[in-house]
Ligand binder design. Sequence first.
Ligand code: NAD
Ligand code: UGA
Length: 439
Amino acid sequence: MKVTIVGSGYVGLVTGACFSEVGIDVTCVDIDQKKIENLNNGIIPIYEPGLEEMITRNMKKGRLSFTTNIAEALEDSEVLFISVGTPPDEDGSADLKYVLAVARDCGKHMNDYMLVVTKSTVPVGTSKKVKKALQEELDKRNVDIEFDVASNPEFLKEGAAINDFLKPDRIVVGLDSQRAEDLMTSLYNPFTLNGHPVIFMDIVSAEMTKYAANAMLATKISFINDIANLCEIVGADINKVRKGIGSDSRIGPKFIYPGIGYGGSCFPKDVQALIRTASENNYDLQVLKAVEAVNKYQKLVLFNKINTYFKGDLKGKTIGIWGLSFKPQTDDMREAPSLYIIDSLLKAGAHVKAYDPVANNEAKHHFGDTITYYDEQYEVLIDSDCLAILTEWPEFKFPSFKIIKKLLTEPVIFDGRNIYDREQIKRNGFEYFCIGVNT
Ligand code: NAD
Ligand code: UGA
């Protein structure tokens, strides 16, 4: 089977690499010429563990190729995946211009039956718009070619994307034709062998499932952050409370880690877009509005702790930062809490020295030379007045506290990810501020 994937970003590249890994012939398309040129030269545009090796291996085997030419890619393809971005519009709703542009391109160039699958995260009703846009192009050409549309939302997490794709908890597919179901069944067969099911449903329900899943996960995070803030006030320890509630199988231990708010390219925009869909349908999603409000507050909780410690006067203070990306194992800075915290520190007159294992270059697009970047984690601390941890990279978990203490002007750590044992760190002579524990 030959598959075309349009949009070679996180989702498109991971999807393309994983399909080719199981022997499917894949062509990835993008309008970004430089990106395609780089990919053809073995330069992968994102940091995602395991992706570079998988892409290189499958390119060598001749099963994976990259092009800007969609017409060429569609020759012999039976299935086209749309995996372009759906960024927020000014009013918070998902901007569908890239998705619909691909649908039109497909209508302009397809010459045989095509199953057009939307993998991008799109609001309820988008598949109908895809169908209409594509049909309009076929009509313009005055040709009668059969096609189906389907919705196949993607649930991968950045940093663990390959594993999530190869061994998904489930694959959700919305469709309305037997031919489409047969094609999707055979395409996903290699990924269901370990008992991971494909859940078939109608298209609208599949579109809604994606937003409901992200909204539920964002809700868990805002809920635990809200409780963490209350724990600080009443003298409880969120780390203990988290374990206490997470061991109830109805609640579960995942996605209840308190921190500095959820970031990334998806939760913030998808929560916003779902609120927007609801209001367009005259419904008020009250829980999600609260989830968003808590997250906005949470992004500045660590800044407020730093500011309070320095008695509201950060002018001339130097803050050493470990971690810039929105989560470990990625260089993605989109909506990273670090953006908000560092902006606030700079506005308050502080200097910022930062280290991230992979995201320094991405961070430069946001901060330019307003902060100083380091390639080594301890160098950040030389003459810094404190250390703030913004991303829980594994290499930060067991540092030399001796060296940290020697380099900082004051032995104080602000930990936005609760990675240290409070008692141990205090025994090492530090003042320690984390999330959800009154220190
Ligand atoms: P991305 O920004 O990394 O990549 C999108 C790519 O599409 C870009 O390379 C862009 O040049 C290309 N593109 C735009 N218009 C095009 C066109 N007309 N033809 C060809 N290429 C075009 O985006 P992403 O992070 O991969 O996300 C894509 C979609 O998947 C979004 O809807 C997102 O919400 C969803 N999603 C993302 C993740 C994730 O972890 N990043 C996970 C699940 C779902
Ligand atoms: C998220 C979902 O987990 C994926 O299932 C989904 O496919 C994807 O969005 C998407 O639609 O794009 P991702 O954004 O890559 O994946 O990363 P997550 O691991 O979900 O983390 C998101 C944010 O929540 C991060 O800022 C992380 O630090 C924060 N988080 C996560 C917490 O603060 N606490 C937790 O317990 C878990």
